[in-house]
Design a protein around this ligand. Structure first.
Ligand code: SF4
Length: 430
């Protein structure tokens, strides 16, 4: 176990034993259990063979229809609300600016990543199209219907970007091409740029090139784990999952060559047992390659193999969020920062006055991802409450207000004199 004493922990410490970070020893996934034969490979859905009728909203009380990409895709709850095919409102933000699509199959994703709600082991308890993923439901919709709605007037669309998430499936490479074709037949990629969240495990360099040739703008690799050990433990051999660190880097390097500077990146989850120094070294490596990192705060997704583990303490998350922003957009290098013996950031490498200005601007604490139409450092992909509940926001899907910034400063241990944060003040009036 780590030797960090709780009294050394920061003001928002919520990790196990009062720590202000999630140590490697604690973040051990559960082992996947055996799956009953009738549930394997989407067995229940295929056996029932229920035909889909347009929009399908996840519902455990009715039989999941047999829906398959490229005809069907799933989209995030926020995207479905924004598209106008589902009623609803998101706390403090009207809609999302990214149309996140997910390939779908009765047998679902064939990987078994320990932190993911879509993982294969969940066949035992829930059909694929009914599973929660980054904390929300993902309705299923015919792809042609989505393309038709957005294609009516792409310039006036609330979406700044469209993203296809490939998942791990033997058909995902060819079906991504088909989904992309349906989209580009209806929507000019110059009007709404396209991102691909790739599945390196089944991909070749030629697949990456093909997606670029078809009009994709940005290509990202969901590395998710910050070190090879954590990768193997959470999405490789440790959980009977097919991914390898080496293959992910092979496709990431292909994306750098094919998509070019600022047009590729990696997703990384903060708080799965890496140190802050390790993850920020990786952020620096990506910047030196010409790419970006898109950060997610670890959240114990219900039904996943890590749902018994603590969410990332806000102290750790805010330090990494701020440092990543400085490296990605402010020219600060990880070598200018200083770290303690636990690998925690103790100096961000900038004079305090300059750092104060960046904190007060708030952008560093917004959801990170592929850019939209506002600014290079404001993500189109705002994923409302994908990595936290609204009561304790990790990635802000909107510009943080004054009370949010006081809370962020409290979490960083950098409150301004005379401006203390009062618990819950940012929720008043909502
Ligand atoms: S490959 Fe992606 S979708 Fe599939 S289990 Fe892993 S993280 Fe989830």
């Amino acid at each position: 176990m780590t030797c960090l004493k709780p009294e050394n922990a920061g003001p928002a410490a919520s990790g196990l034993n009062g720590l202000d970070f999630n140590p490697f020893e604690v973040m051990e996934p559960r082992a996947p259990q055996a799956i009953p034969a009738e549930a394997r490979n989407g067995g229940r859905v295929k056996a029932a063979g229920a035909r889909p009728k347009g929009l399908y909203l996840p519902n455990n009380n009715i039989q999941t229809p047999n829906m398959t990409s490229p005809e069907y895709v799933q989209l995030s709850t926020a995207a479905a609300i924004t598209l106008g095919i589902m009623p609803g409102k998101m706390h403090r933000c009207g809609c999302t600016r990214c149309l996140n699509l997910l390939l779908t199959y009765p047998e679902g994703c064939r990987a078994n990543c320990a932190y993911c709600g879509l993982a294969r082991h969940r066949e035992a308890e829930r059909d694929y199209a009914d599973r929660n993923f980054i904390r929300v439901d993902w309705p299923s919709v015919p792809m042609a219907q989505i393309a038709e709605i957005v294609g009516r007037d792409p310039e006036a669309s609330p979406f700044h970007r469209m993203c296809i998430s490939m998942i791990t499936h033997p058909r995902s490479d060819e079906d991504t091409v088909s989904v992309l074709k349906t989209w580009t037949d209806a929507v000019d990629p110059d009007a709404i740029p396209i991102s691909i969240l790739s599945n390196p495990t089944t991909m070749t360099r030629a697949d990456v090139q093909r997606l670029r040739d078809m009009g994709a703008d940005i290509f990202t690799v969901a590395l998710d784990a910050a070190t090879p050990e954590i990768f193997d433990r959470t999405r490789g051999k440790g959980v009977q999952s097919p991914h390898s660190w080496q293959k992910y880097w092979e496709i990431l390097n292909d994306a750098r060559d094919i998509f070019g500077p600022q047009k590729f990146g990696a997703h990384i989850i903060v708080g799965m047992g890496e140190t802050e120094h390790e993850i920020l070294d990786l952020v620096q490596q990506l910047v030196d390659m010409g790419g970006h990192s898109h950060m997610f705060c670890f959240y114990p997704e219900k039904g996943s193999l890590m749902d018994h583990l603590p969410a990332t303490p806000r102290d750790q998350w805010r330090r990494v969020q701020l440092a990543r922003y400085l490296i990605d957009y402010y020219g600060v290098r990880v070598e200018q920062m200083r770290f303690d013996e636990q690998g925690r950031v103790v100096d961000f490498g900038l004079p305090q006055a300059e750092l104060d200005g960046i904190i007060d601007a708030g952008t560093a604490f917004r959801t990170s991802g592929c850019p939209g139409k506002f600014a290079e450092d404001i993500s189109a992909c705002d994923r409302p409450y994908g990595d936290s509940p609204p009561s304790d926001i990790a990635s802000y899907p909107f510009a943080p207000a004054d009370a949010d910034l006081r809370r962020i400063r409290h979490q960083l241990g950098m409150e301004k004199p005379g401006e203390p944060y009062e618990e819950g003040e940012e929720l008043e009036g909502y």
